[in-house]
Design a protein around this ligand. Sequence first.
Ligand code: NI
Length: 388
Amino acid sequence: MLSDLDQWQAIVATAQQWRRQLHRQPELGWQETQTAAFIRARLDELGITWRACAKTGTLATIAADAPGPHIALRGDIDALPIAEQTDLPYASEVPGLMHACGHDGHTATLLAVGAWLQTQVDRLPGPVTLLFQPAEEGGHGAAAMIADGALKGIDRIYGWHNWPAIPVGQMVCPDGAVMSGNDVFYINVTGRGGHSSQPELCADPVLAASAINLNLQQVVSRRIAPQRPAVLSVTSIMAPSADNVIPDCANMLGTIRFSHPETRAILHQAMQEIVEQTAQAYGVSAELKFELGYGATLNHNAEADQMRSAWTREHGTESLDTKLLMPVMAAEDFSDYLNVIPGAFALVGTDDGVPAHQVSCHSSRYDFNDALIEPVMRLFVDLVGVNR
Ligand code: NI
């Protein structure tokens, strides 16, 4: 019979193998059929009951009848349309797709937590649901999981993301905003093209687009309270033409980031005014459209404190990162869960000096740091109330 310690170490070692298997077979959001099959096969082997949720998502509950509060732990499972540029022996076997955000690691770690908790099922104070979420990378997987009942009966939810900008062994989990919200915007500027030697007969959409970009840069500085972080970036202006042709139209593209719902509303309103009125001043017409992304991820203070306490109990009082500027301006659909029930989301450092653990997520040279599996298992096991 294996001791608890032997069993723990065996699960950690197995989870690393699972992580590398998942890394070989990345799948895009809403296409995670093999990944879901892999997760469900492991759950079956572990004797953990599960149900499909939002197609490729999976909900697995341990100690369903335990009397205490019902806690959900979330792992995201999807990969990205990036061609992997690593020489890893377990590199992606799917051309053009890659686990470049470490969701392979999040998935394997959550499975490992489940494997351990299943051995401790009689000691769990309340039920624990493992929430394997599809389509985090812009596919609104969390919203679909919620719509399919993922939070029914759940009292609190916790999640995490590996974070290369933080040294390994460190975690950050602030009260309030941890990640930003994001929307994409498109601006179509329609003018009147003609010969470039006769600008007086044209309405130049290239000049108007330039003016719109410059005017939009005043929104964050002049319309948003400085205490509320926001970003507005115009990332593309397309008006293909020739040196002797003023084109008919210009198409602009960009993103906004915000950490407060009110900021999002102000950005939308101010951008609408500026786009319309600048267009008018330049004698062109312009249409602004938003593609809504995710809301800001706003930690609930009590649960953020529980997460920090669990982490420091396991890893010491010096293990909370204080250097990373918060909130991070990237977005995460864990925000959707926190709009429904209390919970918190933490960023766990990966930087151990290995280049693949230092480059940012979504780099073609990124790799999940397997050394995170064990410390994050300890975090979650502590959080759900099991002392090892
Ligand atoms: Ni991610």
